[in-house]
Design a protein around this ligand. Sequence first.
Ligand SMILES: Cc1cc2nc3c(=O)[nH]c(=O)nc-3n(C[C@H](O)[C@H](O)[C@H](O)COP(=O)(O)O)c2cc1C
Length: 286
Amino acid sequence: MTKRIIVPKEIPTKELHQYIIGTVAPRPIAFVSTVDDHGVENLAPYSFFNAFSSNPPILVFSSNRKVTDNSTKDTLHNVRKTGEAVINMVSYNIVRQMSLASVEFPSEVSEFTKTGLTPVASDLVRPPSVLESPVNMECKVKDIITLGEHGGAGHLIICEVLRIKIAEEVFTNGKLDPHKLDLMGRMGRNYYVRASGAAVMEIYQSVTEIPLGFDGLPAHIRESTVLTGNEIAVLASLLQLPDSAELDRFYDERPDLKNLDNIHKHRVASSLIAEGKAAEALCLLM
Ligand SMILES: Cc1cc2nc3c(=O)[nH]c(=O)nc-3n(C[C@H](O)[C@H](O)[C@H](O)COP(=O)(O)O)c2cc1C
């Protein structure tokens, strides 16, 4: 793999911005509602956003100075004045309305009116929540950290979540269902990702039981020219190598696999891993 070297100080901010948003991706989108001190509603998407603590529950998004004219944004002005925000999560069904809200409408124009989204009164803060969003987080702004004075510089807006409202429709058997939540992520340029269906994968990894690790596998498995790094990692996640009794049981059940040559063993192991039969794949490779 040949790697391109990018030195931030040597390239224009606009170009650097694309490298950052195209590689630190996908990012969740905070669809932030605020009000100014006259009560005018504002709604804008921010994908320099994430969760940083569960206790206390802290979300942070960054409102950046515009690269074009170094000006700051309405959301920042509003949270400075009122100390409150609602972070609404963006699902597929509202992604284009979210995009519309990112337009630089004049400050006195409400993006709720422009996007057709419905403001509903929040319980604990003045900014309204977005009715059509599946998740509304009512927040108190704890701190604002200024990261610089030039175009592109962020202001970290540190929010403590006071109340979370989640649509009943996105639960299955009492648990959040990513397919029903159907959240959108922001990538570089105009790219987005839809986090449901085939894009969602489950990876089970116990963090308390100690697995074999790559170094616990025999060299011919670690250095396989057939298995991918991900496939070897599945084997390395097993807790132990099979003992001779397990190997006997395996070949009693699969005598057809006993006399395969090495390459074919690795190919069959790859298929077994894909079928979720990692322990059997490891027996075959031992
Ligand atoms: C998906 C998406 C993510 C965005 N993320 C950010 C961000 O993290 N920081 C930022 O300053 N602007 C971001 N923007 C641009 C703002 O939404 C845009 O400048 C908007 O007009 C700001 O509105 P405001 O002045 O009402 O706060 C994003 C735009 C989109 C479409």
